[in-house]
Design a protein around this ligand. Structure first.
Ligand SMILES: CC(C)(COP(=O)(O)OP(=O)(O)OC[C@H]1O[C@@H](n2cnc3c(N)ncnc32)[C@H](O)[C@@H]1OP(=O)(O)O)[C@@H](O)C(=O)NCCC(=O)NCCS
Length: 156
């Protein structure tokens, strides 16, 4: 983590009132964004959410994690375009991994598009390993795109 990010960015739990700001980042970040309903449902059913905020308390990134029977699943991780490349996703990911450890998960799983180079580098740096491919998992302009299933084994 750089000193700059350490001083400028705070990571805290996502609240229902963060959803509009989260949704705005979601919509400029993905070709197939989640709806507001999905974010609200995730919080309602008790999935863990985090937001990264700047010095003005504006939301600049977020993550969502589910944990069940020893398995944590990164459901979403996203940073606003103007804020990328400063280690903010790494910070949110770390908060998720810490939570997974606290809940005694043995593994953190996530799916990533093979074409998503910067996300793949981020996960690889943090020790995630590719364990499977999910054929046709994602919608794509020319049909469907596979997902790579990555896993981080936690020492418990
Ligand atoms: C993937 C995504 C979350 C990464 O967010 P990010 O905040 O830019 O990630 P980080 O800053 O932690 O790492 C990204 C790059 O910045 C670099 N970086 C990190 N801290 C840095 C710093 N202080 N100074 C300069 N560069 C830095 C990293 O080395 C990394 O470089 P690389 O991609 O060339 O390896 C972001 O691109 C995004 O939101 N994409 C759209 C949504 C998405 O695809 N999410 C993932 C779904 S699986």
């Amino acid at each position: 983590m750089s000193a700059e990010v350490d001083q400028l960015i705070r990571v805290r739990g996502m609240r229902a009132r963060d959803v509009p700001a989260v949704l705005a980042i979601e919509q400029v970040s993905y070709g197939y964004p989640w709806s507001e309903r999905i974010f609200r449902d995730c919080l309602r059913v008790g999935y863990r959410g985090w937001v990264a905020t700047d010095l003005n308390e504006a939301v600049v990134g977020y993550g969502l994690l589910s944990v069940a029977v020893g398995e944590a699943h990164v459901l979403n991780l996203c940073v606003a375009p103007d804020w990328r490349g400063r280690g903010i996703a790494a910070l949110v990911l770390e908060a998720m991994i810490t939570q997974a450890v606290a809940e005694r998960a043995e593994t953190v799983l996530l799916e990533v598009r093979p074409s998503n180079r910067s996300a793949r580098r981020l996960y690889k740096r943090r020790g995630f390993k590719r364990i499977a491919t999910r054929p046709g998992y994602y919608p794509a302009a020319d049909g469907r795109e596979d997902a790579l299933l990555l896993a981080l084994e936690l020492d418990i």
